[in-house]
Design a protein around this ligand. Sequence first.
Ligand code: 2P0
Length: 322
Amino acid sequence: MTRATARAHPNIALVKYWGKRDEAQMLPAAGSMSMTLDAFATTTTVEVDGTLTEDAFSLGGAEQTGVALDRTTRFLDVVRSLAGDGRRARVRSHNEAPTAAGLASSASGFAALALAAAAAYGLDLDERALSRLARRGSGSATRSVIPGYAVWHAGTDDASSYAEGIEAPDLRLVIVTVDGSPKSVSSRRAMRLTAATSPFYEAWVSSTEQSLTEMVRACADGDVPRIGALTESHALRMHAVIATSTPPVRYLAPRSIEVFDAAVRLREAGVTAWATADAGPNVCVLTTPAEAEAVAAAVAEHGEVRIVGPGPGAHLLAEHLP
Ligand code: 2P0
């Protein structure tokens, strides 16, 4: 096959990834755990074309150059070397995430690209191998290959750093978009800065491994309050270690903190609500399916809300993007 199309969704980490031990192989400093979402998919078509002298990459119909094209080409180079096929490719990609919500993600992007490119270049990869391949594009993409809940094992080399599915209770995330503007510092750059300059980085890495072990146990036990408590505390630890970089980086806005406070008040009222946030100001509130509507109504004053749940892993489609 010389043309293939794949679809993948972003994920929200409950135990966060922040920092690499090896940039070339994209090995994380610690493991992480996430929910792959049922919304905001990326669909990507890869067409291998022996007549091209360079790769081409369009996103939402707009031809990409510079960094975006370079990152795609570097990723396709990994696929080409695995396939032993030097031909160039045309990549067309479409994001369903509203760009203003800051949810368009490198996780769904590289998970979809990994599967579409692997299929287009004739590679037959199992889930683990696909997850390892997606990792080379973006760390968080490692987990978006997997449906539902995924643990990314940090590993010590290319073969041992992959994600796999775990059982966990059915949960919902209420996404609160408090600010739709693009983030000030990219995750990749800020991660490097944290690792190089924060005096608390080593403690962050070792405590993350501990949090992951506890999270996996809480998921197996179906212990929702424990999953929630670990999620919120781990997110706050991540933002704390990021803020102790030099120069400091702060992703949370005053309105983000208001949502964290709203989650505390909801819990005091007996509602399941635990907050988390990635490298930006928007906050996700973890809750149960039965309580999701009530939680969404309670936090709607802080921003636009959207309820999401566990979704599918990366998969091939029969239809291709035009
Ligand atoms: C995560 N984030 O675990 C964490 C939490 C953001 C905050 O993974 O350099 O785009 O491509 O590996 O995956 C965002 O960083 O960075 C991220 P690279 P990535 O979801």
